[in-house]
Design a binder for this molecule. Structure first.
Ligand code: FMN
Length: 142
């Protein structure tokens, strides 16, 4: 089954309350589950960075909902492409709080091919490497 992934960054509407954000994520997770989409939503209190992956007929309607959502503006697509296998199969959607420098680092890192550096490679981490580091503690916490 072919898989696609998209990563984007956006600006949260200034009046977006924490409660509303939780409702939005619950709603997103419900829709994504039906669409076979998994991923993660990072938030620093002002900006979002979201990664989604799944089959083309799931990704397309999900991304359309994201583009239509009024809760954020200035959506900038960081990467889009094919995947050999899922990289983040853990949650249909989950919001994780991170600090602003980390989110900025992630939005300016290398997303090309959604690749990881080879194990033991001391080169600069790719975006997917950084995203894995952010996700890991949340996985370990259960
Ligand atoms: C940052 C952000 C991420 C979202 N992620 C998803 C998603 O992964 N899947 C989905 O179906 N909808 C997603 N949505 C859409 C919301 O679940 C919800 O339908 C929408 O935000 C409600 O409309 P409103 O923002 O105009 O109030 C997202 C919306 C925002 C703002």
């Amino acid at each position: 089954m072919p898989l696609r992934a998209i990563a984007y960054a956006s600006q949260a509407r200034p009046d977006l309350a924490a409660e509303r954000l939780q409702t939005l994520v619950n709603d997103a997770a419900r829709f994504n589950r039906m669409a076979g989409v998994t991923g993660v939503l990072l938030h620093d209190g002002q900006r979002f960075l979201q990664y989604i992956e799944g089959p083309p007929d799931g990704i397309d309607p999900v991304y359309e909902r994201i583009l239509q959502a009024g809760s954020h503006v200035d959506i900038v697509e960081l990467a889009r492409g094919r995947l050999g296998q899922r990289q983040f199969p853990y949650w249909s959607m989950r919001a994780l709080q991170i600090d602003a420098p980390k989110l900025r680092q992630l939005s300016t890192s290398d997303w090309s091919g959604f690749s990881r550096t080879a194990d033991g490679d001391r080169a600069v981490p790719t975006a997917v490497d950084l995203l894995s580091e952010i996700v890991r503690p949340a996985l370990n916490a259960g």
